[in-house]
Design a binder for this molecule. Structure first.
Ligand code: GDP
Ligand code: MG
Length: 184
């Protein structure tokens, strides 16, 4: 079978990325904004979606991210181990306007580490940054937690799109870089 540089370059990468975090922090809307440039003012976006495959361009190479949404399982504190299986990246999301969702982050990180590889590339995401007037968690607090846990960090808004693509791309690019170092 032919094997040359060109083939290596056009190799298909498919990375499983999971979205986790408390109910209503905006996980489904982050995915809807990123994958379809849509936003839902109700929770309709949660229903039925299992994962979306999104093509991304990383350093001129096509990479596919298979992004998993909980489909509301987190409401019952019942995200299954199957959800985490094989994940190489995670977005752990809280809502900057609701402190309890930030307080839950430790529990989500524990769950992530219980069910998946310790090396899963993780970004802490403070969503709803458009709700500045109702902010309950400062940017500095988010940053400090991320640093303490060795995570990437970004504040996003699925409503006004800010940093949404950047958050997903940060994770996928890091996974790609790690993999590239191993392969070449
Ligand atoms: P999930 O349960 O984590 O999937 O959260 P959803 O994506 O269903 O969002 C929960 C609610 O928050 C919905 O009413 C969304 O319209 C709203 N929402 C999601 N993201 C944002 C955001 O960035 N800004 C604002 N203001 N509302 C948001
Ligand atoms: Mg949802």
């Amino acid at each position: 079978m032919a094997y040359n540089g060109e083939e290596v370059q056009s190799q298909d990468y498919l990375f499983k990325i999971v979205l986790i975090g408390d109910s209503a922090v905006g996980k489904s809307n982050l995915l809807a904004r990123f994958a379809r440039d849509e936003f839902y003012s109700n929770s309709k976006s949660t229903i039925g979606v299992e994962f979306q495959t999104q093509k991304m361009d990383i350093d001129g190479k096509e990479v596919k991210a298979q992004i998993w949404d909980t489909a509301g399982q987190e409401r019952f504190r019942a995200v299954t181990s199957a959800y985490y299986r094989g994940a190489v990246g995670a977005l752990v999301v809280y809502d900057i306007s609701r402190r309890p969702t930030f307080d839950s982050i430790g529990r989500w990180l524990n769950e992530l580490h219980t069910h998946s590889d310790m090396n899963v590339v993780t970004i802490l995401v403070g969503n709803k940054k458009d709700l500045e007037d109702c902010r309950e968690v400062s940017t500095a607090e988010g940053q400090a937690l991320a640093e303490a846990q060795g995570l990437f960090f970004m504040e996003t808004s699925a409503l006004d799109s800010s940093n949404v693509a950047a958050a997903f791309e940060t994770v996928v690019k890091e996974i790609y870089d790690i993999l590239s170092r191993k392969v070449f």
